[in-house]
Design a binder for this molecule. Structure first.
Ligand SMILES: O=C(O)CCC(=O)C(=O)O
Ligand SMILES: [Fe+2]
Length: 334
């Protein structure tokens, strides 16, 4: 953004905070898709190109001035729950791509998620870890109700710890060695964060569907990708599928780019066309740690209605996700 646009963006975000108070109120969520005309021209143009093209898997919007209090120790800390003008900026941008949703099994069913390091969770494969590389993944790969876009905004990132990103368009997957990836020869499970919270809620893991799925789909020239390496595998004994999976992971890792978000910078990821992760870092737990907010959106809110308690709820319950129709037919016929 130009300096004038940055100033306008800050004013816009502050006025939305004053007008709506909460970025998760139905009033704001249902109004935000129609407020795109208030975005600075260069931002609106970049989002439009990103939304309708399929050449780039990620977009960075820079320039929102941000001033945040100390990084809280946990996502459930009251300071982590307070709405920030930056949330409205993120939500307004994301609303131009879809409707915000989240999960009952993530951060207590909060729609705006906090990405910050949490003590004793240093080595998990989640947004709360620090010591370990957060592997490349797409968001919520286990579910057919996963988001279409993911948005991150930095409130603080003193050490410029990078998010990583790579588009599936960075590699050519038209060769025969990739063919198994286009077939349902893989199983993807929910990640540790979903599982931990589901167990706390008394859910038996067997209730969650883990049906064989393809990793790549659509046009081989511009495919969609569904991948979360730590939580997935080829079907037992399918050596060819496993080889293709390892090859894809290797190729993607070789093309990964670092995106170190400065405060106020937004990273938008197309969750079908790009993977993301995070480099390791050492957390200090002194209020100066890296702190991001995350919002995920879907293009078709209606599709998840069966797994949301009411029309106005934006929180998906993974247990209520139905089996795909083809499988229902199979079990009915048995
Ligand atoms: O910390 C990051 O940069 C990315 C974390 C992540 O994977 C996520 O929030 O979904
Ligand atoms: Fe993620």
């Amino acid at each position: 953004m130009t300096p004038a646009e940055s100033e306008a963006a800050a004013k816009l975000a502050a006025s939305l905070l004053a007008r709506f108070e909460s970025p998760v109120s139905s009033e704001f969520l249902e109004t935000a898709p129609f407020l795109g005309g208030e975005l600075p021209a260069s931002v609106a143009q970049a989002i439009r190109a990103f939304r309708y093209g399929d050449a780039t898997g990620a977009l960075v919007v820079s320039g929102l001035p941000v001033d945040a209090g100390p990084t809280p120790p946990h996502w459930n800390h009251p300071d982590a729950q307070k709405p920030h003008a930056a949330d409205f900026w993120l939500a307004l941008i994301m609303a131009q791509l879809g409707d915000a949703v989240s999960w009952s099994s993530l951060q207590g069913g909060q729609l705006v998620n906090n990405i910050l390091p949490i003590q004793k969770q240093e080595s998990l494969q989640t947004g709360h870890s620090s010591d370990v590389l957060l592997d490349l993944h797409i968001e919520d790969a286990f579910s057919d109700l996963r988001c279409d876009h993911l948005g991150l905004i930095a409130l603080r990132n003193h050490d410029l710890i990078p998010t990583t990103a790579v588009g599936i368009s960075s590699i050519d997957v038209t060769g025969p060695e990739y063919a198994p990836l286009f077939e349902p020869r893989f199983v993807i499970h929910p990640d540790d964060e979903h599982l931990r919270n589901l167990r706390l809620a008394g859910v038996n893991e067997d209730e969650l569907l883990a049906v064989p799925t393809a990793v790549l789909s659509g046009s081989p020239q511009a495919p969609d990708v569904r991948l979360d390496p730590p939580y997935m595998a080829a079907l037992p004994g399918d050596v060819e599928a496993d080889r293709a999976l390892q090859l894809l992971i290797m190729e993607l890792s070789a093309n990964v780019e670092d995106v170190a978000l400065a405060p106020g910078e937004v990273l938008i990821v197309d969750n079908h066309r790009a993977l993301h992760g995070r480099k390791p870092f050492t957390a200090r737990y002194d209020g100066t740690d890296r702190w991001l907010r995350r919002l995920t959106t879907v293009k078709d809110l209606r599709r998840s209605r069966v797994a949301r308690s009411e029309a106005s709820s934006r929180i998906i319950d993974p247990v209520l996700e139905p089996f795909p129709e083809s499988l229902e037919l199979t079990s009915a016929g048995r």
